[in-house]
Ligand binder design. Sequence first.
Ligand code: Q46
Ligand code: ZN
Ligand code: ZN
Length: 343
Amino acid sequence: MRCRKCDTPAVINMRHHKLALCGEHYDEWFVNSTQRAIEKYKMFGRDARILVAVSGGKDSLALWDVLGRLGYKTDGLYIGLGIQGEIKYSDQSLACIRKFAAERAPDSTLHVVDIQETYGKTIPEISRETSRGHGKPCSSCGLAKRYVMNRLAAERGYDVLATGHNLDDEAAVLMQNTLHWQTGYLARQAPVLDASEGLARKVKPFCRFYERETATYAVVREIDYVYDECPYAVGNLTNFYKTLLNQLEAESPGAKLSFYVEFLKARQAGFFKTPEDHKDLHACEVCGQPTTAPGRCAFCRMWNITTASGGALIAPEAITTRGDDAFEDIEARVAETVDVSGL
Ligand code: Q46
Ligand code: ZN
Ligand code: ZN
C-alpha cells in the first residue's frame, strides 16, 4: 500500500475514499478536511472563542490539536468523573490532558472541574444513590457532563462548545435512534446545535471522520492519549451498534459514512421536523440553568441540591487554569508503539 501522492509507504488506506496516504500527506488531508467540515456546516468563524471538551481519549485531544493548528482560539475543559478501576481511568486521562496542554496548547486555558471536589461525590458514588441508569453510572455521568459543559461554556462566555464525536459515534447513535424511531432525537442529531436560552452552541467538527481516522491522526502526531476505554463502556449499547456497523462497513466500504451523511441531507430537507425544542424551558429555581422540569433541574435533583445548600455552583477553586503544572510520568506507558495499520 503506497501513498497516492508521493508513493512512499502509506499509513492508512481509506477504502471509502479510495485513498491511501503516507503520514505527512495524511496529516495534511486530515487538517484540511476538518477545516472543510467547519465551513460546510458553518460551525464557527475565525474569531470564535472555542471551548473543547477533552476526555483524554484520541478524538478530543486530536480535535484540540487540529483546531490549534488551524489557528482557532481554543481552551480545554476536562471533567474529573472519579472513575478509576484497575486502569486508573480518570487519573490517566487527566495526566494525558495536562501533558497535552503543557506541550501543545501553552497559550490556552485548561479548565478542570472535578466532580467530587465540586459536588462531594464521584460519579460511581452518586450513581449508586440515584434511580437513574439502573445501576450503571452512564446516565448520571452523561447528565453531569452535559450540565458542567453547558454551564462552564455559558458562564465563561465561550461562543461554542466543541466535542470530539466521530462518525462511528454519530452513526451508532443514529442507528439506535432510527431503530426506535426516536424522531425527537433524530431532529436534534446534527453537527451543529445552535445556542438557545442559556444552552451553549455545540459543534462536532470530526463527525465525518471514521474512528480509525482520528486514531491514525493521533498516532501520526504522536499525541499521548488514554488507550483504554472507560471501564463502564464495556458492553454498552453504543458499542454493540458500533460492532454491527463495523460488520456492515467490512462488507460495504463507505456504508457508515453514507448512512450518516444521507441522514443529514434528509434532516436538512425537513424529514425530521425539529420539535419546538425548549419551548417549555425555564430557569432551574436553584442553579438557574435551563430545564424543562418544574422547579429544580435534573442535575440539582440528582445531587439533591437545594436553595438552602447554596446552589450548584462550580466552585472557583475546582477550576485550574493552564496545564503546565507537574503531570504524571506517563512516558513509559505511551512509549509503546502503536501499529496504525491495524486500527
Ligand atoms: S465516561 Fe461516563 Fe462514558 Fe464512562 S461512565 Fe459511561 S458515560 S462510559 S462516554
Ligand atoms: Zn505521501
Ligand atoms: Zn439546577
